[in-house]
Design a protein around this ligand. Structure first.
Ligand SMILES: Cc1cc2nc3c(=O)[nH]c(=O)nc-3n(C[C@H](O)[C@H](O)[C@H](O)COP(=O)(O)O)c2cc1C
Length: 325
């Protein structure tokens, strides 16, 4: 096949549609893309950030990292090897990730095998089946995080209990802070067609103490069933050695590799992130897992006991900011 110095229109659609399937806090999809030949820049879409709940932009950058990972997976499926630079140019600070696509050859082993999981992965907020995850799978997930420079720490029973108490403190704050409630109202609940988290994926009402986050806590949502959750939740903290902007992007790359690998084992995940959204509580989580890493995401994994709808996305062309041949 003749090497070209650009990506075709069809390829652009495949790459950006894949990137757009990434998870993001409240499904704000805080990314946009500039394409210049075979170089794709991922930028933050400032109008889609969460200034109250995420003032430093940490969780935004995790979402952008996850989108960049999906883009690499789709490029690998199309036959493009990729290299990636985080914060590549101090002169253009808006560019968070720059992805260089090599000339198209054959599908890239490893990454391309995750392409089929992009549309199967979703955030699952219902109860899990009480069934352990095999040690081999746990090990593979830990390795997936390491491949992108992050650590996945599995919590034991005592750590679960301590996390439960930190999480309850966060839950109590969440429902009393007006500014946070307002921000969540913009993105959570109701019918949604392109972004935000619609009612039908919020899951059942968890009993207090369940290892799930009720994203609509404090917002009015009537008519939900209250259900019991799994008795022994499987929870891991994804952490990084550093805690700066590049580290947050790396956490996003690692998160998405972990989630897609988990999907390939028919596992689903949800997030108990409230405890890492408040700096003082995040410090407590850090103490819980050992002070050597910074907690970035708290992930609950398991085999889903129920079905769940998918969360909508924008059309890929709405995320394309500029394109030069
Ligand atoms: C950085 C980040 C933080 C998130 N925090 C939470 C959370 O605390 N609780 C939750 O239920 N979902 C959380 N999510 C999941 C998003 O709500 C979800 O990815 C988004 O709604 C898109 O849905 P999908 O993952 O099913 O495609 C988070 C996702 C990211 C990337």
């Amino acid at each position: 096949m003749k090497a070209t110095s650009t990506v075709t229109e069809d390829e652009v659609g495949i790459l950006l549609a894949a990137a757009g399937q990434a998870p993001s806090m409240h499904n704000t999809q805080p990314w946009r893309f500039d394409i210049n030949g075979r170089v794709i820049d991922v930028l933050i879409d400032v109008g889609r950030t969460l200034p109250v709940e995420d003032p430093a932009g940490r969780l935004t950058r995790i979402g952008v990292g996850a989108a960049a990972f999906n883009l690499r997976v789709a490029a690998a499926m199309l036959g493009h090897d990729t290299t990636l630079a985080i914060d590549p140019d101090p002169a253009v600070p808006d560019v968070v990730v720059r992805i260089f696509l090599a000339a198209r050859k054959v599908p890239v082993a490893g990454l391309s095998s995750l392409y089929g999981e992009l549309g199967r992965r979703y955030t699952y907020r219902g109860p899990m089946v009480d069934r352990p995850i095999s040690a081999r799978m746990l090990q593979r997930l830990t390795e997936a995080a390491k491949a992108d420079g992050a650590d996945l720490r599995w919590l034991d029973g005592e750590q679960h209990a301590r996390l439960g108490s930190i999480t309850r403190t966060a839950d109590d704050r969440d429902i009393h802070e007006e500014d946070r409630l307002h921000e969540r109202l913009r993105w959570i609940g109701g019918d949604r067609e392109a972004d935000g988290v619609p009612d039908d994926v919020l899951g059942p009402l968890p009993v207090r103490g369940a290892a799930v986050r009720d994203l609509s806590a404090g917002l009015e949502r009537l008519g939900r069933d209250q259900v019991a959750f799994e008795s022994t939740p499987i929870i891991a903290v994804l952490g990084t050695a550093d805690d700066d902007e590049p580290a947050w992007v790396r956490a996003g790359l690692a998160l998405q590799r972990v989630l897609l690998t988990a999907t390939s084992y028919d596992l689903a995940a949800s997030f108990l992130n409230q405890a890492v959204e408040y700096p003082d509580l995040r410090d407590q989580v850090r103490t819980l897992i050992g002070h050597d890493i910074w907690p970035q995401m708290i992930v609950r994994l398991g085999y889903p006991a129920e079905g769940s709808g998918l969360t909508p996305r924008r059309q890929w062309n709405e995320t394309l900011h500029s394109r030069r041949p």
